[in-house]
Design a protein around this ligand. Structure first.
Ligand code: NAP
Length: 487
């Protein structure tokens, strides 16, 4: 029996090709093919929303808004909590579905489902703890009361690399805050979003509170929604290029924007680092999702004294990874999302090698079916190579040698991005000192994984605006209202 024949329950792609999810009903349609990146074959076809469909989704979100806003926080919390439980109950099916449409290895897919579900649990808790403020003015003139109100209808746009977690990281706080939403998932991975909508329905999310639409025309569809005065929030996760376009579009109607954009994370290893721990961390920071993560270590800066041992250790670990379809339980490195993604990686690696870098393992795309690129380590990479400036988004680890702390900090900051960074040293004082100088929204110290629903996730510079998760994440979906009170 082939793997595909064993798929059932929520893992079955055909089950999520029922159409757009608007106002609690499924509107039949087709037009967008969803591919299996492991084989290049079609998995299913989902509906292609028009601008008119998108406006129906805004109508549905608007119709549901007043009742949802008025729903007691405890009740909203319990719906989110049930959604968390249902995701947990169906975790293996969801992980299989993610592995099918995204290609990531099953352990990564299982990790994503657990992480994604946690946003519902976390925001189920936060829903009942929305903060307010009471102060006296310094002059004694009056009293200040600050309330937080739901911002209004939110448009949520998500990428393909974490099809479940990027959606729950937005839906969780939005629903907890009292907002209704329209989710537009990436065209490559819409099945997970529709599967989650079904689970939401089961959890008791009222019709119209969460709407999901897929479209082959994201620009026109999003622009129309942003131009509607009922839409007050855009929460986007994706590339910096598309983020810039959306910020310009949102400015026309002054829509509040949260932006989680691209990264170019430096991974700095000092001579005094624990080598084995640094290698373990490097493998996680580089190879989670086969390198297709915004927080992926994109540039390894390794001090001269530990450089050769680090390159040898990383090469051995990368060369040992099993490559294959994400849903094969033996796979550790799945395919890339598209052939275009493989082409981009190939261009960056070829350019680096032409500029003097050497591949100690990998270095060329694999010629099998599917969109595979092998785990690759590059040494002797020039600091100004294109691969140092662009997001690789693949299983390639370029290593650069440095001598002084100042040099490492200067190289690490030499990018328009500022999402994540990693530092390995056994001297915590040095780590904190270097951390202060790094232009980054998040820093892993002797740790290759930082994502956690309880922590504020986000970047500085052109990596984004605002934070998701943590205790402040809910405020991205709220407006402060100030009451000046005399009594
Ligand atoms: P992308 O090309 O920017 O697409 C992201 C989403 O935007 C997709 O749903 C896409 O729809 C949609 N989109 C594209 N053009 C649009 C437009 N003109 N108007 C409205 N929506 C539009 O990014 P991606 O390739 O999917 O994801 C990879 C990028 O996301 C990387 O740069 C990565 O670093 C970043 N990322 C950041 C974070 C973070 O938290 N900072 C997390 C994950 C990923 P279609 O699929 O239909 O084109």
């Amino acid at each position: 029996m082939t793997f595909h024949a064993q798929i059932n329950g929520y893992a079955n792609p055909a089950r999520h090709a029922e159409g757009l999810y608007i106002g609690g009903t499924w509107r039949k349609g087709g037009g967008i093919a969803v591919m299996d990146p492991s084989t290049g074959e079609k998995l299913a076809e989902v509906a292609d929303a028009s601008v008119e469909d998108a406006m129906h989704a805004v109508d549905a979100a608007h119709a549901a808004a007043a009742a949802w806003r008025a729903t007691p926080a405890r009740q909203r919390s319990e719906i989110l909590r049930r959604w968390f439980q249902l995701m947990t109950q169906h975790a293996e099916e969801l992980a299989t579905l993610i592995a099918l449409e995204n290609g990531k290895a099953l352990p990564d897919a299982r990790g994503e489902v657990a992480y994604a579900a946690e946003f519902f649990r976390w925001y189920a808790e936060e829903a009942t703890r929305i903060p307010g403020e009471y102060r006296h003015t310094p002059s004694g003139s009056h009293h200040i009361i600050v309330d937080h109100e739901p911002i209004g209808i939110a448009v949520l746009i998500t990428p393909w690399n974490f099809p479940a977690a990027m959606a729950t990281r937005k839906i969780g706080p939005a629903l907890a805050a009292g907002c209704t939403v329209i989710l537009k998932p990436a065209s490559e991975t819409p099945l997970t979003a529709y599967a989650m909508a079904r689970l939401g329905e089961e959890a008791g999310v009222p019709a119209g509170v969460v709407n999901v639409l897929t479209t082959s025309n994201p620009g026109a569809v999003t622009n129309a929604m942003l131009a509607d005065p009922r839409v007050r929030k855009l929460s986007f996760t994706g590339s910096t290029g598309v983020g810039r376009t959306l910020l310009a579009e949102a400015s026309k109607s002054v829509v509040s924007c949260s932006m989680e954009l691209g990264g170019n994370a430096p991974f700095i290893v000092f001579d005094d680092a624990d080598l084995e721990a640094a290698l373990d961390g490097a493998m996680i920071a580089k190879m989670r999702n086969a390198g297709e993560a915004c927080t992926a270590a994109n540039r390894f800066y390794v001090q001269a004294g530990i450089h050769d041992a680090f390159v040898a250790g990383l090469t051995a670990r990368m060369a040992a990874l099993a490559i294959g379809p994400g849903y094969d339980p033996a796979t550790q490195c799945g395919p890339m999302i598209t052939t275009n993604a493989v082409r981009k990686i190939d261009r960056l690696v070829t350019d680096a090698i032409a500029s003097g870098a050497r591949a100690t393992t990998g270095g060329k795309p694999l010629s099998e079916n599917g969109y595979f690129y092998p785990p690759t380590v590059l040494e002797n990479v020039p600091a100004d190579a294109a691969i140092a400036r662009e997001e690789i988004f693949g299983p390639v680890a370029p290593v650069y040698k440095f001598v002084t702390e100042d040099e490492a900090v200067k190289l690490a900051n030499d990018t328009e991005y500022g999402l994540a960074a990693y530092v390995y040293t056994q001297d915590l004082k040095r780590a904190m000192k270097v951390g202060k100088r790094l232009e980054t929204g998040m820093l892993g110290i002797n740790r290759g994984l930082m994502s956690d629903p309880a922590a504020p996730f986000g970047g500085v510079k052109q990596s984004g605006l605002g934070r998701e998760g943590g205790v402040t994440g809910i405020l991205e979906f709220m407006e402060a209202k100030y009451y000046a009170v005399d009594y």
